[in-house]
Design a protein around this ligand. Structure first.
Ligand SMILES: NC(=O)c1ccc[n+]([C@@H]2O[C@H](COP(=O)([O-])OP(=O)(O)OC[C@H]3O[C@@H](n4cnc5c(N)ncnc54)[C@H](O)[C@@H]3O)[C@@H](O)[C@H]2O)c1
Length: 328
């Protein structure tokens, strides 16, 4: 079997998770990594026997790759994806797609025109507990959703600034907006409010809350907070006729599904590693073994549009219709 030559741009927290997964596959060589902080690139390169670059564009210009992982913060998207498209290198990109909607829409147009294989890191989609919840809700459709991302402020220096992270809603709570789309369908209206952070905390709001209406007529709210000293609740709760489904994340690889009916309660823990699963699926599509990934760029763009709608509505005080035109 030929081995796949892959690279990774960004060598921070989430890149570490992907590199660990990639190094565990017996048909993959991590040949190059890049980070704008040279020591980080050198450290990851040393660990995986790869070449180190101080710039992702230089990596893409120099290396012959079968695929590349783009694990950079929200502010760094746009040029890297354009370069991957230009060179015909399939890319896996971490959520959120970008700081805002226009940059992601531009990339989506480039991806669609090129026909390139892409995948996006909405890893909850790879959990058996999410698939089980979707099966249950196919029989009794969602009527009310309540979503939460109640957490501490992440430590990365870029995170508390809207110009670098987008906001908590765009950067973190996007996972909950994505899960709401999976379990309740497309949102047609988003109205949101936010509370500013205190002085010295950056300009990402301290808390925010979005009210949503779905095409199915389901309704719900999704709230974010970054003022705790710990991760309190990262979850989506769904109410259907005679059924409550609650999915929560304790850590990247620890998820729980609670199913409650009049007959009692069942709790399922996911044992699967969704990072390994999403990376393997993407590689299998690159190899031509499976036809498509679960979350290609165009699909992730719809989730990004809902999160960006919540962010914009909170700033403008107006409801936003998050539906976007199909990118062809
Ligand atoms: N799927 C998930 O659950 C999940 C979890 C954590 C992070 N993420 C996402 O991954 C992205 C990165 O998050 P992180 O926690 O790894 O952040 P991080 O700060 O730990 O790492 C980001 C790295 O990218 C580097 N970088 C910045 N700009 C760059 C550029 N232009 N070229 C090359 N390197 C560059 C930084 O120096 C840093 O080392 C974020 O968008 C975040 O939302 C996803």
């Amino acid at each position: 079997m030929t081995r796949l030559r892959v690279g990774c741009v960004g060598t921070g927290f989430i890149a570490g998770q992907h590199l660990r997964a990639l190094a565990g596959f017996d048909d993959v060589d991590v040949v190059a990594v890049a980070d704008t902080v040279p020591e980080r690139a050198a450290q990851a390169a040393g660990r995986y026997g790869a070449r180190a670059y101080g710039d992702g564009l230089a990596l893409l210009d120099t290396e012959e790759l079968d695929a590349v992982w783009l694990c950079v913060p929200p502010f760094a998207h746009g040029a890297l994806e354009a370069a991957a498209v230009d060179r015909g290198v399939p890319f896996f990109v971490e959520k959120p797609l970008a700081l805002n909607l226009p940059i992601a829409q531009e990339v989506a147009v480039q991806v669609a025109a090129s026909g390139l294989t892409t995948a996006v890191g909405y890893h909850w989609r790879h959990l058996q507990v999410v698939q089980r919840a979707a099966e249950l809700l196919a029989r009794a459709p969602a009527q009310l959703i309540t979503g939460y991302w109640l957490d501490k402020t992440p430590g990365a220096a870029w995170w508390p600034q809207r110009a670098y992270s987008g906001s908590q809603v765009i950067e973190q709570t996007t996972h909950i907006f994505d899960l709401a789309r999976v379990l309740a369908g497309e949102a047609v209206s988003v109205m949101a409010v936010e509370r500013a952070a205190p002085d010295g905390w950056g300009d990402v709001p301290a808390t925010a809350s979005a009210l949503l209406r779905f095409a199915s007529d389901a309704v719900g709210s999704i709230s974010s907070a970054r003022v705790l000293g710990w991760r309190h609740r990262v979850a989506l709760h769904v109410v259907a006729e005679g059924l409550v489904v609650e999915i929560g994340e304790r850590s990247l690889t620890d998820h729980e599904l609670r199913v409650v009916t009049a007959d009692g309660e069942e709790v399922l823990r996911s044992g699967d590693d969704p990072i390994v699963a999403e990376d393997r699926e993407f590689l299998d599509v690159v190899r031509g073994r499976v036809p498509r990934v679960r979350v290609p760029y165009a699909e992730a763009l719809r989730t990004h549009a809902v999160a960006c709608a919540a962010d914009r509505s909170a700033r403008d005080g107006q409801p936003v219709d998050p539906r976007i035109e199909e990118v062809r």
